[in-house]
Design a protein around this ligand. Structure first.
Ligand code: NI
Length: 167
């Protein structure tokens, strides 16, 4: 399975809004496998299709240390949420940047699995935060956009410097 290229902020393609998956085809299953492999290799705890330049509502998450609690969420939809938590977040599309974002502490999320079955996942803590972060990607939103304009400007400066140094 190939490792996919992850778009880096501020790539404009990270702002595209993903479309719903109408049917879980072999193509979608291959996408899920490749996204999972890419997430584990990075390593990361979540990846949205948007980040690999596929604009369909597919996310994969695994917040375990041992990389054996994979959750695949196709067409995820939050049906209820409660509580508040602000956690330090990072993102594979914004390497080296971490910042606190305010999210719901617990969520119920309805999604479709790799077999095309609809299910409801109850998540709290890190898993809930991660799912909300990845769902934002599907809407074209990157976590740093919750920060103040000044902080966003600093982050952009830092990323430009990183990219220059990498050339
Ligand atoms: Ni992210």
């Amino acid at each position: 399975m190939p490792i996919l290229n992850i778009l880096r902020y501020p790539d404009e393609r990270l702002h595209k809004v993903a479309t719903q998956v109408s049917e879980v085809t072999d193509e979608i299953r291959t996408l899920v496998h490749n996204m999972t492999e890419t997430m584990y290799a990075a390593p990361g705890i979540g990846l949205a299709a948007t980040q690999v330049n596929v604009h369909q509502c597919v996310i994969v998450v695994d917040v375990s240390d041992s990389q054996n609690e994979l959750q695949v969420l196709i067409n995820p939809e939050i049906i209820s949420s409660s509580g508040v938590s602000d956690n330090e977040e990072g993102c594979l599309s914004v390497p080296g940047v971490f910042a606190k974002v305010c999210r719901a502490h617990s969520i119920s999320v309805k999604a479709v699995d790799i077999n095309g079955q609809t299910y409801v996942l109850e998540a709290s803590g890190l898993l809930a935060v991660c799912i909300q972060h990845e769902m934002d990607h599907l809407l074209g939103k990157v976590f740093v956009e919750y920060l103040s304009p000044l902080k966003q400007k600093r982050i952009l400066t830092k990323l430009k410097k990183q990219q220059r140094n990498a050339m």
